[in-house]
Each structure stands twice: as structure tokens, then as C-alpha cells.
Design a protein. Structure first.
Length: 180
């Protein structure tokens, strides 16, 4: 009985940690969009179409905590046995937030169509990988995706090293954490 309670506590902790980690990527992306690209986020979306709508574009935001280990991005195309990610997103741009160290991140912005073209034209260089996640009902869902080496994006994307110690970022972070 104790072991099952422990597993339930750990599942809840892991799920909330994943959400918090994803929100950190959204906060960094929002800072980048507002302060670097000078766009205004007009809507934060919760369906498959896109994550952010700005006065100029739409963005899909992904936080990839495995980038530091593999130097590749996970591009989801199926979740819960349904098309998702790159196959369903209507976003014009993807922003990947890749944590490197405690306060350091790599931010990668690339057009959605560019990702699709790279996948189509480099099938032999891109690996397919299942990635396992668990939901609250203890059901094992398999998310499928492409493993996209960063070298394939270097000439067609914006890549920025970002440090959270930036003063404007910290002000925005404090404000947004109160809102979330």
C-alpha cells in the first residue's frame, strides 16, 4: 500500500515538474518574442494549432531537456496514437528552448515549413524515436517523434544563447509567475 501511494506521489510530482519546466520555456519564449523580436503576444492558445499568437506571427513552443545530452531536437509527430506536433501544428514558427546549465539556455527559432522540408530531404540522417510519457490515469502513452540533429538547422534558423540573469527577463519572470 505504501509503495503504491509513493508511486502516485512521484507521478504527480513528475507531471507537475514537466508542466513547470514547459512553462519556463514559454516564459523565456515570451521574453524573446517581446524584447528581441519586438512583437506583442496577443493570445496564448491551448489547443494543437499553436501556442502563441502575436501581432505578426504564430509560434509553437517546445522545451527540450534532452538537447544537452543528445545535441538533437525531438520533433513530435504522434501522441496517444494520433497525429500531433509537426503534423498538426498551424504555427508559422517553432521556438525550441534547450536548457544547458542552471541559468543558460539555447533558444532556436525556425520556420515550421523549414522543419518539414529538412525532415523530408534528410530522411536517412533523421532517426525516429519513441518517447514514453505517462498521464494522470497511469496509462502509458507513446509519443513518437523525429530526432533532428542541430547541424541540420544551423543555416536556416536563429540560434541564441540565453542567460536568465538578464535584468529585463527577471522582471518579466516575476510578473508572469504571479499570473501562472
Amino acid at each position: 500500500m505504501f509503495f503504491l501511494q509513493f508511486l502516485n506521489i512521484m507521478d504527480n510530482f513528475n507531471n507537475s515538474l514537466i508542466v513547470k519546466r514547459g512553462r519556463r520555456g514559454e516564459i523565456i519564449s515570451k521574453f524573446y518574442i517581446k524584447n528581441i523580436k519586438c512583437e506583442q503576444v496577443q493570445k496564448i492558445n491551448t489547443d494543437y494549432r499553436y501556442d502563441f499568437l502575436t501581432n505578426i506571427s504564430t509560434y509553437e513552443i517546445k522545451t527540450d531537456y534532452q538537447y544537452k545530452v543528445y545535441k538533437s531536437l525531438f520533433i513530435e509527430f504522434e501522441s496517444k496514437s494520433r497525429k500531433s506536433g509537426i503534423h498538426t501544428s498551424e504555427a508559422i514558427n517553432y521556438i525550441f528552448i534547450c536548457p544547458l546549465d542552471f541559468n543558460d539556455y539555447l533558444l532556436i527559432e525556425v520556420k515550421t515549413e523549414t522543419i518539414k522540408e529538412i525532415i523530408k530531404n534528410n530522411v536517412l540522417k533523421i532517426k525516429y524515436a519513441p518517447y514514453f510519457t505517462y498521464n494522470d490515469e497511469k496509462t502509458n502513452y507513446i509519443n513518437k517523434g523525429y530526432i533532428l540533429p542541430i547541424e541540420l538547422l544551423k543555416d536556416c534558423s536563429t540560434i541564441i544563447n540565453f542567460n536568465e540573469s538578464h535584468e529585463k527577463y527577471n522582471k518579466l519572470l516575476n510578473y508572469l509567475e504571479k499570473k501562472i
